[in-house]
Design a protein around this ligand. Structure first.
Ligand code: AMP
Length: 123
Protein backbone atom coordinates (compact mmCIF):
# COMPACT_ATOMS: atom_id res chain seq x y z
CA UNK A 1 0.00 0.00 0.00
CA UNK A 2 1.40 3.42 -0.87
CA UNK A 3 1.09 6.23 1.65
CA UNK A 4 -1.83 8.59 1.02
CA UNK A 5 -0.84 12.08 2.22
CA UNK A 6 -4.54 13.03 2.36
CA UNK A 7 -5.33 10.56 5.16
CA UNK A 8 -6.89 12.11 8.24
CA UNK A 9 -3.85 11.71 10.50
CA UNK A 10 -1.60 13.36 7.90
CA UNK A 11 -4.07 16.29 7.99
CA UNK A 12 -3.86 16.37 11.80
CA UNK A 13 -0.04 16.41 11.55
CA UNK A 14 -0.22 19.36 9.13
CA UNK A 15 -2.61 21.18 11.48
CA UNK A 16 -5.37 21.12 8.84
CA UNK A 17 -7.85 19.50 11.20
CA UNK A 18 -7.88 19.77 15.00
CA UNK A 19 -7.00 17.09 17.51
CA UNK A 20 -6.96 16.98 21.31
CA UNK A 21 -3.20 16.77 21.72
CA UNK A 22 -1.73 14.72 24.58
CA UNK A 23 1.96 14.77 23.67
CA UNK A 24 4.29 15.97 20.90
CA UNK A 25 8.02 15.78 20.19
CA UNK A 26 10.23 15.67 17.09
CA UNK A 27 9.12 12.17 16.07
CA UNK A 28 5.70 11.65 17.60
CA UNK A 29 2.24 13.13 18.06
CA UNK A 30 -0.36 11.67 20.44
CA UNK A 31 -3.99 12.74 20.70
CA UNK A 32 -7.32 11.51 22.05
CA UNK A 33 -9.30 9.18 19.81
CA UNK A 34 -12.45 10.91 18.51
CA UNK A 35 -14.55 7.82 19.34
CA UNK A 36 -13.07 6.49 22.59
CA UNK A 37 -13.49 2.78 23.38
CA UNK A 38 -12.24 3.13 26.98
CA UNK A 39 -11.97 5.96 29.56
CA UNK A 40 -8.46 6.54 28.20
CA UNK A 41 -8.09 6.02 24.44
CA UNK A 42 -5.11 7.80 22.94
CA UNK A 43 -3.58 7.38 19.49
CA UNK A 44 0.20 7.62 19.16
CA UNK A 45 1.49 8.29 15.65
CA UNK A 46 4.91 8.85 14.14
CA UNK A 47 5.40 12.11 12.23
CA UNK A 48 6.91 10.18 9.32
CA UNK A 49 4.77 8.83 6.47
CA UNK A 50 4.25 5.14 7.31
CA UNK A 51 1.12 3.23 6.37
CA UNK A 52 1.21 0.55 9.07
CA UNK A 53 3.26 -0.99 11.86
CA UNK A 54 4.81 -3.25 9.24
CA UNK A 55 5.80 -0.29 7.07
CA UNK A 56 7.17 1.53 10.14
CA UNK A 57 9.18 -1.46 11.36
CA UNK A 58 10.56 -2.10 7.88
CA UNK A 59 11.43 1.47 6.82
CA UNK A 60 11.72 3.86 9.77
CA UNK A 61 15.14 4.89 11.04
CA UNK A 62 16.49 3.61 14.35
CA UNK A 63 15.97 7.12 15.79
CA UNK A 64 12.32 7.17 14.73
CA UNK A 65 11.66 3.71 16.16
CA UNK A 66 13.41 4.45 19.44
CA UNK A 67 11.74 7.85 19.67
CA UNK A 68 8.33 6.31 19.05
CA UNK A 69 8.55 3.70 21.78
CA UNK A 70 10.18 6.06 24.28
CA UNK A 71 7.22 8.40 23.67
CA UNK A 72 4.71 5.56 24.20
CA UNK A 73 6.29 4.87 27.59
CA UNK A 74 6.31 8.56 28.53
CA UNK A 75 2.68 9.01 27.51
CA UNK A 76 1.53 5.89 29.40
CA UNK A 77 3.35 7.13 32.51
CA UNK A 78 2.00 10.69 32.17
CA UNK A 79 -1.53 9.33 31.86
CA UNK A 80 -1.09 7.27 35.05
CA UNK A 81 -1.51 3.96 33.25
CA UNK A 82 1.56 2.05 34.40
CA UNK A 83 0.35 0.84 37.80
CA UNK A 84 -3.26 -0.02 36.87
CA UNK A 85 -2.19 -1.40 33.51
CA UNK A 86 -3.17 -0.62 29.95
CA UNK A 87 -3.34 -2.11 26.47
CA UNK A 88 -1.76 -1.12 23.18
CA UNK A 89 -3.08 -2.25 19.82
CA UNK A 90 -2.26 -1.54 16.19
CA UNK A 91 -4.54 -2.57 13.37
CA UNK A 92 -2.75 -3.37 10.14
CA UNK A 93 -4.56 -4.02 6.90
CA UNK A 94 -7.90 -5.54 5.93
CA UNK A 95 -8.24 -8.43 8.38
CA UNK A 96 -7.58 -6.07 11.27
CA UNK A 97 -10.05 -3.47 9.96
CA UNK A 98 -7.47 -0.67 9.79
CA UNK A 99 -9.40 2.50 8.96
CA UNK A 100 -6.69 5.15 8.83
CA UNK A 101 -3.65 4.31 6.66
CA UNK A 102 -1.07 6.10 8.82
CA UNK A 103 0.58 3.89 11.44
CA UNK A 104 -0.96 4.44 14.87
CA UNK A 105 -0.81 2.70 18.20
CA UNK A 106 -4.02 2.73 20.23
CA UNK A 107 -3.43 3.12 23.96
CA UNK A 108 -6.37 2.00 26.12
CA UNK A 109 -6.79 2.25 29.87
CA UNK A 110 -8.82 3.53 32.78
CA UNK A 111 -10.79 0.32 33.44
CA UNK A 112 -10.35 -3.46 33.22
CA UNK A 113 -10.21 -4.05 29.48
CA UNK A 114 -11.63 -7.55 29.19
CA UNK A 115 -10.47 -10.25 26.81
CA UNK A 116 -7.85 -9.40 24.22
CA UNK A 117 -10.02 -10.06 21.16
CA UNK A 118 -13.76 -9.78 20.57
CA UNK A 119 -15.49 -13.12 20.04
CA UNK A 120 -15.72 -13.97 16.35
CA UNK A 121 -19.22 -13.69 14.87
CA UNK A 122 -21.27 -16.92 14.98
CA UNK A 123 -21.00 -18.95 11.74
P1 AMP B 1 -7.98 1.99 13.08
O1 AMP B 1 -9.26 1.24 12.85
O2 AMP B 1 -7.01 1.19 13.91
O3 AMP B 1 -7.39 2.52 11.78
O4 AMP B 1 -8.35 3.21 14.01
C1 AMP B 1 -8.59 4.49 13.56
C2 AMP B 1 -9.03 5.30 14.76
O5 AMP B 1 -8.95 6.66 14.43
C3 AMP B 1 -10.46 5.02 15.23
O6 AMP B 1 -10.43 4.59 16.59
C4 AMP B 1 -11.16 6.38 15.06
O7 AMP B 1 -12.09 6.65 16.09
C5 AMP B 1 -9.97 7.33 15.11
N1 AMP B 1 -10.17 8.61 14.43
C6 AMP B 1 -10.64 8.83 13.19
N2 AMP B 1 -10.65 10.14 12.90
C7 AMP B 1 -10.13 10.77 13.99
C8 AMP B 1 -9.89 12.14 14.31
N3 AMP B 1 -10.16 13.14 13.45
N4 AMP B 1 -9.36 12.42 15.52
C9 AMP B 1 -9.10 11.44 16.40
N5 AMP B 1 -9.31 10.13 16.16
C10 AMP B 1 -9.84 9.80 14.96
Amino acid sequence: MTYDPENIFAKILRGQIPAKKVYEDDHVLAFHDINPQAPVHVLVIPKGAYVSIHDFGAKASADEITGFFRAVSKIAAELGLIEPGFRTLSNSGLNAGQEVPHFHLHLFGGRPLGPMLARPPAP
